[in-house]
Design a protein around this ligand. Structure first.
Ligand code: AHR
Length: 505
């Protein structure tokens, strides 16, 4: 019996239709003092690859391969109880504290200066968060003075005495973390937080006017204050801040893979709602500048995954926590969330995959042993490496299918980037069907002489297949055939797949 030809989608790309430049900060990540992200993740002094500062060299190499641009630090929920002073100065004099957020013990072996040394080695830009949970304006400007003032003041000279002669020069700062969440130490109403964020930002700018400051937005679209939180916080702090944050985690709901694959629809909705609210506050307040989004926590997260809850009866250092193992389907969703972030690059100017190592992370480590790549590593690394120049507004004519969560769901999603300087185009496409291949036609207009450089696809007969420490390569993207006839090009996107096609002049 002849099999029916797959349904088709057509992607029309015209280099004249630009959304915005590709923002390198889209490819940020997040290192929190949580589980084995810092201790046993980026830092493990006894490890065979550890350098003189105790940083794992194998992890730094993977961070570079992943193409990480910025790293947010030190939290997360952790920052809302953190005293930054504990983490600087002679190690043997640093206090040991209880971390209430993750029911852990914080030895303060790694602090701001160590993190900055790690950033230099990994080639990433730091993005620091200040504690607006248990602390306030004074501690924020103290930390700024410690980090960014060249010298001649008590705190800047303390930094120099601690071995960091040159100022750290940190530009991007988060004003607290998830202050809308009832789980947050020092949780606040939007009025309380908006005032505190505005006053903290004003004081920080008195010290250094050119900072880029991020106010806390919502920690998810389902939190009851979503929307109203952004409206009130921005009404209080519009002139003082540059960004409002967004946090979103996606998880497979009751085994409903079809809806899970549509997660980017949620992200689109989140971004577009926050943009609408920010622009409404702009009009109401007669402001001229626009507020941008820092999507500084996003990922797939299995709330019932491995060690999903902190221990209740002990306070360990660097316990195994939130060490989710990701599948091919998870990688497809991560790739599709990057499509959404790129598509909104005019307003989403920074983003952080949460997190970087061991904790809901693309990079895993064994204590004293190997480091390895999760499935989610691949779409992130390839998008970061090949998205360049401008993000293009594409026209996508796609079949749809029905999902429980989203109803009629476009089966294919895609975005393209075009670098006029290098003549490189990259197309990132996702097939969200659980069982149907789709033939994708590429119609590239206004560009003569483009040739296909490479096409790769990530998919597997078993979308639940996962990489392991012993085998982190079998599930990596594999070459995909591009059929070229009379100047027309098409690829077949397998069900549950993420694809990258590169063309060049
Ligand atoms: O990334 C894990 C946690 O998720 C962060 O600490 C917090 O900000 C969010 O709720």
């Amino acid at each position: 019996m002849a099999t029916a030809a797959p349904r088709t989608a057509t992607l029309t790309i015209d280099p004249g239709f630009r959304i915005s430049p590709v923002r390198r900060r889209t490819f940020g990540s997040f290192v929190e003092h949580l589980g084995r992200c810092v201790y046993g993740g980026i830092h493990e002094p006894g490890h065979p690859t550890a350098d003189e500062d105790g940083f794992r060299g194998d992890v730094i190499e993977l961070v570079k391969e992943l193409g990480i641009s910025t790293v947010r630090y030190p939290g997360g929920n952790f920052v809302s109880g953190y005293r930054w002073e504990d983490g600087v100065g002679p190690r043997d004099q640093r206090p040991t504290r209880l971390d209430l957020a993750w029911h852990s013990t914080e030895p303060n072996t790694v602090g701001t200066d160590e993190f900055m040394r790690w950033c230099a080695k990994a080639g990433v830009e730091p993005m620091l968060a200040v504690n607006l949970g248990t602390r306030g304006v004074q501690e924020a400007i103290d930390l700024l003075e410690y980090c960014n003032i060249p010298g001649g003041t008590t705190l800047s000279d303390r930094r120099r005495a601690n071995g960091a002669e040159a100022p750290h020069g940190i530009t991007m700062w988060c004003l607290g973390n998830e202050m809308d969440g009832p789980w947050q130490t020092g949780h606040k109403t939007p009025q309380e937080y908006g005032r505190l964020a505005a006053e903290t930002a004003r004081a920080m700018r008195q010290m250094q006017p050119d900072l880029e400051l991020v106010a806390c937005g919502s920690s998810g679209v389902t939190i009851p204050t979503f929307g109203e939180w952004e409206r009130v916080v921005l009404t209080e702090a519009y002139d003082q801040v540059d960004y409002i944050s967004a946090h979103a985690y996606y998880w497979e709901e009751n085994g409903d893979l079809a809806s899970f694959l549509g997660s980017a629809i949620d992200m689109d909705h989140f971004v577009e709602s926050v943009v609408a609210t920010a622009d409404a506050v702009r009009s109401a307040g007669r402001h001229t500048k626009r507020i941008h989004i820092s999507f500084d926590e996003w990922n797939v997260w299995y709330l019932d995954g491995e060690a999903s809850e902190p221990p209740k009866d002990s306070w360990p250092v660097g316990p195994v926590l939130l060490e989710d193992h990701y599948s091919v389907a998870d990688a497809v969703v991560v790739g599709s969330l990057l499509v959404s972030l790129l598509r909104h690059s005019d307003r989403v100017r920074a983003a952080s995959l949460a997190q970087l190592v061991n904790v809901i992370a693309p990079i895993m480590t064994q204590d004293g042993g190997r480091s390895w790549k999760q499935t989610t590593f691949h779409p992130f690394a390839l998008t970061s490496r090949y998205a360049s120049g401008d993000v293009l507004r594409v026209e996508l004519d796609t079949p749809s299918h029905t999902t429980k969560k989203f109803g009629s769901t476009p089966t294919v999603d895609a975005v393209a980037t075009w670098d006029a300087e290098t003549g490189a185009m990259a197309v990132f496409a996702v097939n969200r069907s659980v069982d149907e291949p789709i033939s994708l036609n590429l119609d590239v207009r206004g560009l003569e002489g483009l040739t296909v450089v490479e096409a790769v696809v990530m998919s597997n007969e078993d979308p639940n297949a996962k990489s392991t420490a012993d085998d982190d390569t079998s599930l990596a993207p594999r070459p995909l055939d591009v059929v070229e006839t009379d100047g027309a090009r098409s690829v077949e996107l397998p069900p549950v797949s993420w694809t990258m096609i590169r063309l060049a002049r």
